[in-house]
Design a protein around this ligand. Structure first.
Ligand SMILES: [Cu+2]
Length: 139
């Protein structure tokens, strides 16, 4: 009896392992197949910014914004593309006090903010409550 149960457990475990491998394989295959279309949709989603404009991705995660300091060349048009990747963060919005720009950051959605780079200066940005302080250095 107990031996049979062990055998059953072993069989289930083996099937589970096989299933898991099958899952991983199909997942990898679908990721490969989906790559061109997801790349295309990403491109169209980012098309809010003019083509050829420098784009810098900024992730709003559990520890705030990353990178927390972004360097931009003076005179080079740039767009910061924010993406919040966690619900466990207070960075559900980004605020540029000097620019008077404040935007909500919906989870996993890219939010583009154009940065004026006409003059060399440092622009601070932070979460909605001013806890995560970061900056853009234009020089
Ligand atoms: Cu905050």
């Amino acid at each position: 009896m107990s031996r049979r149960m062990l055998a059953t457990v072993a069989t289930v475990a083996t099937l589970g392992a096989l299933f898991a491998v099958g899952c991983n394989k199909s997942e990898a295959a679908s990721t490969t197949q989906g790559a061109p279309s997801s790349g295309a949709s990403g491109a169209s989603g980012a098309s809010a910014a003019p083509a050829g404009q420098k784009k810098v991705a900024v992730v709003a995660g559990e520890d705030g914004f990353a990178p927390s300091e972004i360097k931009l060349a003076k005179g080079e048009a740039a767009t910061l593309v924010f993406k919040r990747t966690s619900d466990k963060t207070c960075a559900t919005a980004v605020d540029f006090p000097e620019l008077k720009v404040k935007k909500d950051l919906p989870l996993n959605q890219e939010v583009a903010i154009d940065i004026p780079t006409g003059e060399a200066r440092t622009l601070g940005f932070q979460c909605g409550m001013g806890m995560y302080k970061s900056k853009v250095v234009i020089q």
